[in-house]
Design a protein around this ligand. Structure first.
Ligand code: 6AU
Length: 400
């Protein structure tokens, strides 16, 4: 660990004033408010388990970490899917979502993986992480993608439907996917209305529903075109979108009861997105060298507006003005009844564990990431509370 850096003796409430990243400042405030420096690694099998766990354990944590690609039944719908539901739970319980995607590739590829594709991680995850083996430019590429995304979502999309010929090339190419979905939804809604009216008038004339006419066949063709994202649009429905400033940082709404609940005592999280650099790993025989870790620190300093801090095994702040946050996995408590700060066995697959006290009080991390220690317990919410208390106690001990 670096020589005792000022941030090691500063309360989180103080660090909330000095951290360079807005999301880090918010997170420190949340930690102070909830007296929690616990992140749950929700490595479960199904979307239903994930959402249930997030709802039950939410009160004890400040970060919920996901691996969306190990969840079966993940619903990709940006408005009503698993990401949107998690976001609603995050608002209700006051935690941030951290998708542990460990991006590593050339800049252009990670930009696309981060903002587009099936999962559209940037839409629902406040935080993600990257391994910078591919070089520091990858961090710049992600930072640029996040800035562009933020600029776009600072404006709410207002959508209206009119009759006429659509001018599809009015739309920015980067928005094509979202707009194709919106268009598909609206077309289907307007078609349903037309069908209902049509069927109603046909029923009125002859007393029973009739076969749909050529117009419906054209609509069916439109559907295929929209699914394929390209193709000539000849529908009678036109979607017009305009962008207006958004008053709320909220991105999605699931339309479910309770969706509007917001954790008391703090406003909703800012729309900013943040990156953690995977600077050190908990696994046995990890090949990340000191030089690699140092390169992470340098990359973080170069992108303070996007990099919040590190996933590391120790505190890495060393320059006087470093204000990064550290999150540390490989954390477990010894089984109940054993010495509270005693050694903890690994998982037999390379994972190594340390106690919250060792990681926070001795190694100087800020947030401990706990997976199976909580998910594997008989009663995850009460086990999460036990971890929260121990981790907070270790933080207070560090300040003393
Ligand atoms: O507590 P566990 O061992 O059940 O789960 C630890 C979680 C897993 C790992 O993918 C992740 O933490 N992890 C990471 C992260 C967060 O990037 C880095 C690392 O060095 N070790 C580690 O276990 O979801």
């Amino acid at each position: 660990m670096a020589d005792r850096h000022i941030t090691l003796s500063q309360p989180f409430a103080e660090r909330a004033k000095t951290a360079s990243h807005p999301l880090t400042r918010y997170l420190f405030r949340l930690m102070d408010l909830k007296a929690s420096n616990l992140c749950l690694s929700a490595d479960v099998n199904t979307a239903r388990e994930l959402l249930t766990l997030a709802d039950r354990v939410g009160p004890s944590i400040v970060v919920l970490k996901t691996h969306y690609d190990l969840i079966s039944g993940w619903d990709y719908n940006p408005q009503t899917g698993t990401g949107a539901k998690l976001a609603a739970l995050a608002r209700k319980h006051g935690f941030l979502i951290f998708e542990d995607r460990k991006f590593v590739d050339i800049g252009k590829t990670v930009q696309m993986q981060y903002t587009a594709g099936t999962a559209r991680i940037i839409e629902w995850a406040h935080i993600t992480n990257a391994n910078i083996d591919a070089g520091k430019d990858m961090v710049r590429a992600m930072a640029e993608a996040a800035a562009k995304w933020k600029e776009r979502i600072n404006y709410e999309v207002r959508t209206s439907v009119t009759v006429g010929t659509p001018v599809s090339d009015q739309f920015d190419e980067s928005e094509e996917q979202a707009q194709a979905q919106a268009q598909q939804q609206l077309q289907s809604q307007s078609r349903q209305q037309q069908q209902q009216q049509q069927q109603q008038s046909q029923r009125d004339d002859k007393g029973e529903p009739q076969r749909l006419d050529a117009q419906e066949e054209q609509h069916q063709k439109d559907d295929q075109d929209v699914d394929g994202r390209k193709g000539s649009i000849v529908s009678v429905t036109t979607v017009t979108q305009s962008f207006e400033p958004a008053h709320s940082p909220r991105l999605s709404k699931t339309n479910e009861e309770g969706d509007d609940a917001v954790f008391p005592g703090i406003e909703e999280a800012p729309v900013d997105r943040g990156l953690l650099l995977l600077a050190q790993m908990s696994s046995k025989g990890c090949l990340m060298t000191k030089n690699y870790t140092q390169a992470c620190v340098e990359a973080a300093r170069e992108h303070k507006d996007f990099v919040m801090g590190f996933v590391s095994q120790e505190a890495l702040n060393s320059a006087p003005d470093d204000t990064f946050i550290h999150m540390t996995p490989g954390c477990k408590l010894p089984p109940p009844g054993e010495e509270e700060n005693g050694p903890v066995e690994g998982d037999g697959l390379g994972q190594q564990y340390n106690t919250p006290d060792k990681l926070i009080n001795v190694c100087g991390t800020d947030i401990v990431i706990v997976g199976r220690g909580i998910t594997g317990a008989g009663d995850p919410p009460s086990e999460a509370e036990r971890y929260r208390r121990k981790a907070w106690k270790a933080y207070l001990a560090r300040l003393a």
